[in-house]
Design a protein around this ligand. Structure first.
Ligand code: PHE
Length: 337
């Protein structure tokens, strides 16, 4: 039995087969177990002799089984380790890095510029009330100037804000007609426009508002001049043209000088050498009054600009939709290293 068992053990290299051998010899119905069970039938003299032999055989088989089992397990483990091995000397896969969206960078650049001039940065809701978006800005219901901004209404009283100007009214209300302040407010705005190269139903604006005693038109002009030169270069000029907004009086539109160029990529500054980048003016006395500021004591200037326009001018982007279609090839060009 021993010779046969040891041969079989030596001849196998599978753990499962080894278990079968163990059962075949040492199991309940195993052949060695059979011998041990038969001991009772033996004579007194034979019993110790056969018993000793049987025990030795059992020990030999058990030892051989255990040894082989350990060896096979060791081999299996080595195989597994080899399969799972990691070569730490291999070069790593590069992790793709994102970066701020061009619009985000532009907005942050403008914010920094105005923070440097003492402005605080504020925010307001994109879903706005008719009151703050229009009425508090001197645009009563049915005022024809409401048509200037085609509006997405949600209910009769709720709408998607068409400009960031409601944050003017919100801020003045919060400061209760007492505090002098300078603030800018960047944010998304919405208009019922059909998207094309220069229109988007959603775009961004940055509002600016300065309220104090004795704020004058020349303060607005000086501030915008500093802004234009810092943003586009010292050689830039600005010009103010008379315009109309119900919430400013007088109202202006500001153009910035740009190099006249021709052909592809120049469509943002065609022909005239000037491009419009913002609207503004002196805060209308009615607007101050409605927000709780006494217009005999306080005055202010306000402006609203479009960061897309500014980015288009600065980087020669000629389609506003490029900011919103998120083609990575476009966006990647503006990631700083
Ligand atoms: N809200 C105006 C617009 O969207 C811009 C503006 C802001 C004009 C502040 C005057 C003062 O067209």
């Amino acid at each position: 039995i021993q010779v046969e068992a040891l041969e079989k053990i030596a001849g196998t290299d599978e753990i499962k087969a080894l278990q079968e051998i163990r059962v075949a010899y040492l199991g309940k119905k195993g052949s060695l177990t059979g011998v041990l069970k038969g001991m009772g039938k033996l004579s007194k003299e034979e019993r110790p002799v056969i018993g000793e032999i049987a025990n030795k055989v059992r020990d030999a088989i058990t030892t051989a089984l255990d040894a082989k089992n350990e060896k096979l397990e060791q081999i299996a483990l080595e195989k597994q380790l080899e399969a799972e091995a990691i070569d730490v000397t291999l070069p790593g896969k590069p992790v793709k890095q994102g970066g701020p969206h061009l619009l985000t960078s532009i907005v942050e650049e403008i914010e920094d510029l105005f923070i440097g001039m003492g402005y605080e940065v504020r925010e307001g809701p994109e879903v706005e009330t008719d009151y703050f978006n229009f009425e508090a800005l001197n645009l009563p219901k049915n005022h024809p100037a409401r048509d200037m901004q085609d509006t997405f209404y949600i209910t009769n009283e709720l709408l998607m804000r068409t400009h960031t100007s409601p944050v003017q009214a919100r801020t003045m209300k919060e400061y209760k007609g007492e505090k002098a302040f300078k603030m800018i407010c960047p944010g998304k705005v919405y208009r019922r426009d059909n998207d094309d190269a220069t229109h988007s139903h959603q775009f961004t604006q940055i509002e600016g508002l300065y309220v104090d005693k004795n704020v004058r038109m020349s303060d607005l002009k000086g501030t915008l001049d500093v802004f234009a030169k810092k943003m586009f270069g010292e050689d830039r000029e600005i010009r103010l043209r008379p315009s109309f907004f119900p919430f400013t009086e007088p109202s202006v539109e500001m153009d910035i000088s740009c190099k006249v160029c021709h052909g592809e990529g120049c469509s943002v500054c065609k022909g005239t050498g000037w491009i419009e980048i913002l609207g503004g003016g002196m805060v209308h006395p009615r607007v101050l009054e409605m927000a709780g500021y006494d217009p005999r004591e306080y005055s202010g200037f306000a402006f609203g600009m479009g960061p897309e326009r500014i980015a288009m001018l600065k980087y020669g982007v000629n389609d506003i939709r490029a900011f919103y279609t998120n083609d990575k090839r476009f966006l990647k060009q503006y990631h700083q290293a």
